[in-house]
Design a protein. Structure first.
Length: 149
C-alpha cells in the first residue's frame, strides 16, 4: 500500500476519532505528497525512495522546531511538534541505535578501505544511501568523524 493511501486512510480514522493532533500531522504529510507529485517535471507518482525522503524531511523539520521551542521555553508549541513527530515516525523505518549505526559504519569503512579523515566524503556518500531513513545525518557524520580520527 502506498504512503498516500495509508495517509488518506489515517486521515479518515483521525476524523472519526476527532484526534486533532493526528489529523494535523497526516494532513501535513498529504500536503507534502501532493506538492511533490505536482511539481514541475514530476510524473505524478512517488517512488518508495521519494516517500522516504519526504517523511525524513518532515520529521527533521519537526525535531528542529521542537528543539527551538524547548530552548525558547514554549511547552505549548513543543507539545504539538512532538505529537506530530510521533505520528510521522510511525511511517518511517525503525531508527537504528547508536551501536547499530557504529557497526554498520565500521563495515562501510572496511569495504571502502577508508583510513583517514580525508576519506570522510566517500564514507558519508555510501552511509547516506545505506542508512537512509534509519539514522539521523548528524549522528552518522559525528560517528564517521570519530571512527576515522
Amino acid at each position: 500500500m502506498s504512503l498516500k493511501t495509508q495517509v488518506e486512510s489515517g486521515i479518515k480514522d483521525a476524523m472519526r476519532a476527532k484526534d486533532q493532533d493526528t489529523l494535523r500531522a497526516l494532513r501535513a504529510i498529504k500536503s507534502l505528497i501532493l506538492l511533490e507529485e505536482t511539481k514541475g517535471g514530476a510524473t505524478g507518482e512517488l517512488t518508495a525512495d521519494d516517500e522516504l525522503k519526504l517523511l525524513t524531511k518532515a520529521a527533521k523539520q519537526r525535531r528542529e522546531s521542537a528543539d527551538i521551542y524547548k530552548t525558547q521555553n514554549r511547552p505549548d508549541l513543543l507539545e504539538k511538534e512532538e505529537a506530530e513527530l510521533a505520528i510521522i515516525e510511525q511511517f518511517l523505518p525503525k531508527q537504528l541505535a547508536e551501536d547499530e549505526i557504529k557497526a554498520k559504519l565500521q563495515d562501510i569503512i572496511t569495504r571502502i578501505g577508508a583510513s583517514s579523515p580525508a576519506d570522510m566524503g566517500k564514507v558519508m556518500g555510501v552511509a547516506t544511501k545505506e542508512l537512509a531513513g534509519q539514522a539521523d545525518g548528524r549522528v552518522v557524520s559525528t560517528l564517521v568523524k570519530s571512527l576515522l580520527a
